[in-house]
Design a protein around this ligand. Structure first.
Ligand code: SF4
Ligand code: SF4
Length: 246
């Protein structure tokens, strides 16, 4: 008598009522292996009692449909579908405060594991990563061009509508107020402080060598092109400055 060879493992995972394309098992395994392959993984996941202490102390869990306990359980039980599902939204709720890591009796770092999942989401160009990071493109541009993430001239009533009544404070005469600060490097509203050319160029090298720019290219190719042009210009300026010193 022959037995039919059947398996309970689904080849494709997908919500039957969703229009999203199902994700192949091979892809799910690839994503999980990328998370696991990171050197930090074994330090940040040592087992899980499912005690929920991490979730009880997690500020993000109070406000969002997010639980560090759930994230750790998904990874510990190698729930490939659940891991992929959490990477579509939940992992972006974590505030990276690491309260969970300080409290876990197993020495896990749920926040650290979330970071590995985020980095993997970026590596795989997931839509969740693109949409979460899109609002930061202006900050990235500012950082590349000035060395600062934020400058007083970026703080506008439109940009900070969530400040409510406090928005009146940003209508203050910032130019005048800044000129009253003793350090001359702060006498501008276009940068938070002045960063010299050499420091900027060194930062570009670090971002290139550590793969930050590769990640940016995956997430936003247009922004990557603009930023590459700015970096080239700044490097030329730095070379000119060096020539002048000779
Ligand atoms: S990660 Fe740690 S604190 Fe959270 S449920 Fe597991 S054992 Fe408990
Ligand atoms: S690091 Fe993330 S998961 Fe951990 S307590 Fe903070 S917000 Fe919660």
């Amino acid at each position: 008598m022959s037995h039919s060879s059947s398996t309970r493992i689904q080849e494709y995972i997908g919500d039957p009522v969703s229009e999203d394309a199902p994700v192949g098992r091979e892809k799910l395994e690839e994503i999980f292996q990328d998370i696991q392959a990171d050197l930090r993984y074994d330090h940040e996941l040592n087992g899980c009692l499912n005690c929920g202490i991490c979730t009880a102390t997690c500020p993000a869990a109070h406000y969002y449909d997010f639980s560090p306990r759930e994230i750790v359980q998904l990874l510990w039980t190698e729930n490939l579908e659940g891991i992929h599902d959490a990477m579509q939204e939940k992992i972006w709720s974590c505030a990276q405060c690491y309260t969970c890591a300080a409290r876990c009796p197993f020495g896990n770092s749920p926040g650290g594991l979330v970071m590995l999942m985020r980095e993997t989401a970026i590596k795989h160009g997931m839509e969740s990563a693109k949409s979460v990071l899109r609002p930061f493109s202006r900050v990235m541009l500012k950082l590349i061009s000035t060395g600062n993430q934020l400058s007083p001239d970026m703080i506008t009533p439109d940009g900070f509508a969530d400040w409510g009544p406090n928005v009146s404070k940003i209508d203050a005469p910032l130019e005048t107020l800044r000129k009253a600060i003793p350090m001359p490097t702060l006498h501008t509203t276009k940068t938070a402080w002045e960063v010299n050319l050499k420091t900027s160029v060194e930062l570009y090298t670090i971002w290139e060598e550590t793969g930050v720019l590769d990640s940016l290219e995956i997430i936003d190719e247009n922004l990557f092109d603009v930023i590459s042009d700015i970096m080239d210009e700044k490097r030329d300026d730095y070379d000119d400055w060096l020539d002048e010193q000779d």
